[in-house]
Design a protein around this ligand. Structure first.
Ligand code: F6P
Length: 280
């Protein structure tokens, strides 16, 4: 088993425990993460569980988490950056959440072009794991084991859209959203994993543009932007920060944010100009 397989296996085994663990950990703690967001007990639990296991893998050299300020050195080899519970503000109301993992060949932080594999777990009606590796995207249902349920997933077609941050959008972005909303059906749930997953499977476009107070977007590039852009591109879709693909963006800071749009090619083309930083 190589290090990538090993990370996949550890997350597969941890997923039912993370899911079960949410039941008793729906409350907020007094702590904040590096991005200034209030942490839930479930965020801390999921991070500890994944950190203990992933830092013990032979062939993993660095571990970083959205929930921690610093990178942990744990040996020689690949670097793992993850968001243990993405969309965790959905936990109190029992809406969609997920776990996002990027496996980089390079020291953190680094560009998304260094990703070898990326995947997410979606804690929906079923627990699924969607894996991008070697240029293709596969979905598995996680129960006792790992059952392949979709392969060679393609991000194509123009059915759904979702954009986060509506209260702080620029006028230019509002115009684009208005245009898109006349052709595609709106689906937005406030969880990157859930919102991305439906666009991946049904076709369309998803994004979180810069907004007032978040001039560089909301998503953390190492933990959210890069892995999801990598999955979208492996499925034949495209990603953009407004100027280039998300995977080409230079990353200087582990918790750096990025304006973000992914989806079907023509739709992303239409949206990308409106997500540049200087759009107001
Ligand atoms: O970045 C964390 C996150 O919870 C994402 O999973 C989600 O897409 C976004 O924030 C939701 O933001 P908002 O509450 O502004 O819709």
């Amino acid at each position: 088993m190589d290090a990538v397989d090993h990370v996949l296996e550890e997350v597969r085994q941890a997923a039912p425990e993370i899911r079960k663990g949410m039941e008793e950990r729906r409350g907020y703690t007094e702590e904040e993460n590096s991005s200034g967001e209030k942490q839930l007990e479930a965020d801390i639990y999921a991070n500890k569980l994944l950190k203990d296991r992933i830092t013990s893998i032979d062939g993993v050299g660095e571990y970083a988490s959205e929930e921690e300020d610093e990178i942990t050195d744990c040996g020689e080899g690949l670097s793992v950056a993850l968001d243990p519970l993405d969309g965790s503000s959905n936990i109190p109301t029992n809406n969609m959440v997920g776990t996002i993992v990027g496996i980089y060949d390079g020291s953190l932080p680094c560009r998304g072009e260094n990703l070898l594999a990326a995947f997410y777990v979606l804690y929906g009606p079923l627990t699924t794991m969607t894996v991008a590796r070697d240029g293709s995207v596969t979905e598995y249902v996680l129960d006792d084991g790992m059952r392949k349920t979709r392969e060679e997933i393609r991000l194509e077609g123009e059915k759904l859209y979702g954009f986060g941050g509506n209260l702080g959008w620029s006028e230019k972005f509002r115009q684009i959203e208005d245009d898109v909303s006349r052709k595609l059906k709106l689906r937005y749930g406030g969880s990157l994993v859930g919102d991305f997953n439906q666009v991946l499977l049904e076709g369309g476009v998803f994004g979180y543009p810069p907004k007032e107070g978040y001039e560089n977007g909301k998503y953390r590039i190492m933990f959210e932007g890069n892995p999801m852009a990598f999955i979208a591109e492996a499925a034949g879709g495209v990603s953009s920060n407004g100027q280039k693909t998300v995977l080409e963006v230079e990353v200087d800071d582990l918790h750096q944010r990025v304006p973000f749009v992914v989806g079907e090619h023509d739709l992303v083309d239409r949206v990308e100009k409106a997500i540049q930083r200087d759009t107001n």
